[in-house]
Every structure is written in structure tokens, then in C-alpha cells.
Design a protein around this ligand. Sequence first.
Ligand code: NAD
Length: 252
Amino acid sequence: MLGPSGRMGRRVIELLAARSDMTLSAAIDHPASPLIGQTMAGAPVTSDAGRLAGCAVYIDFTTPEATEEAARAAAAHRVAAVVGTTGLGRAAESALASLEEVAPVLVAANFSLGVNLLLVLAETAARALGTGFDLEIVEAHHRHKRDAPSGTALALARALAAGRGVELEKVLTTARSGDVGARPDGEIGVVALRGGDVIGDHTAHFLGDGERIELTHRAGSRDLFAAGALRAAAWLAGQAPGRYTMRDVLGL
Ligand code: NAD
């Protein structure tokens, strides 16, 4: 487990400890973590990414910097990776691209069944409704979240763009302020709310003339994501090198 002292890492380890088909080999955290030197679920907490050697698979809920470092260490030992860290950026993406040449890699902005079904429904709706409907996403998360918009909101935007058959980068807007003028045709907007202890809410709005559709998912517990990541890890270990998604795991 990479990031064992975090909000997600703690939940993953607690759920893992209750399973009989998995054992925790190592818990790898930031050198400044107060847990270094302790044990979690029988495994030592260390800052040494070399402890990935010998693991069948690792689960990563950390930061883009940690994701990059671990992916490079994992490539040396061909360890499968389940990555939930969001807001990755180029350096981490490139380390994961190198890893997937020698091991199976699954990156998911969201591990819940409901959100992955929402992605499928949103893509279908965007395709069926066509350009007469304006597409907007609103997401809300707790006050500690680092990245915005959320990885899930961007995955949802990507699903809408795929439904329309357009490239997301050409139509995405994440900020409107001042005299921005009328809404350009085909734009996909994403708005991020931050505050309180919201675990994660996402709504795709389809705004037409005279009618509107809203598809919403609300996460009520981090256990959704932790259990989904463990399910992905069990599925991924033993797969051929390459890139996989939660759609593969869930058969959606
Ligand atoms: P958090 O801040 O509570 O935990 C981050 C953890 O990473 C901590 O244990 C920290 O010590 C560790 N860390 C930082 N630098 C490290 C390094 N260099 N090496 C090893 N460990 C390091 O954050 P969180 O709320 O648990 O979220 C973590 C990430 O997971 C975020 O990117 C968040 O957006 C994402 N997330 C994804 C999903 C999903 O379903 N995919 C769900 C929730 C959160």
C-alpha cells in the first residue's frame, strides 16, 4: 500500500485486513509520516519504495510525485499497479506508461461501481441527445482536496466528449469569470465546489430548450473507493502487461 496514513490508505488497509485472499507486504509512506517504523496489518511502514519488490500488486492513493516515484520503482520489479491518485500530470503519466510495458496498470479516478456506471450512462445520454443540449458538470468535495476539477469530473467530461465524438481538450472550460459572452456551442463546462466533509458528489447536467436531465452520483463513504481498489487489485494481479480500466474489472 502506497500512502497508508492517508484518508484512503487507512480504509484500504482496514478492508484488506478483513480479506482472506490478500496479505499486506509493505506500507510505503512519505518519510515525514509519523507512522514510519510502525506496523499496519502486520506489515512494516517504511519510506523505501524498494519494498515493492516481491509484491504482486500495489495500490496507490498518494500524490502525483509519489505516484511517479513508485511507478519507476515498480517497473524495476514488474509489479502490477492500481492507481487512484488524481491530478497526475505529465511526469507521473510517463512513469506509468513505462510501467505498463512490463506490468499490468490500472488508473482510475474513481473505483465505485456507481460512478463507473454513471460514465457509461453519461456517454450514452450525450450521444442520444446531440448538440441541442448544453453539457455542464458540477462536482463537490471536502475542503482538503488538492486538485480541481476532480479526476472523476474530468473522466465524466471525457465520457460526454466521447458521446459527442469530440476531443475534450478542444471543448472543455473549467473557469468563467467576467464578460465571457454567450456560451459557445459545444462547450463542456466543469464547476468545482470545495468545503466541509463532502466525500464526492458529481452531476452531469444536460440543458436543453424546455427540458433538462441531471445524472447524479453521491458517495456516502470512502469504503466504496477502498473496496473497489481492492477488487481491482485482485483482478489485475496475473493479467498481461498493459493498461486496464475499471470498465474491464466491472465488465461494463
Ligand atoms: P491524503 O492526503 O489523506 O493521503 C495521502 C497519502 O500519501 C498520505 O499517507 C501521505 O503520507 C502519502 N504520501 C505523500 N507523499 C508520499 C510519498 N512521496 N511517498 C509515499 N507516500 C506519500 O489523501 P487522500 O484523501 O487519501 O487522497 C489521495 C489521492 O487519492 C488524491 O489524489 C485523491 O484525489 C485520490 N482519491 C481517489 C479516489 C478514487 O476512487 N480513485 C477516491 C478518493 C481519493
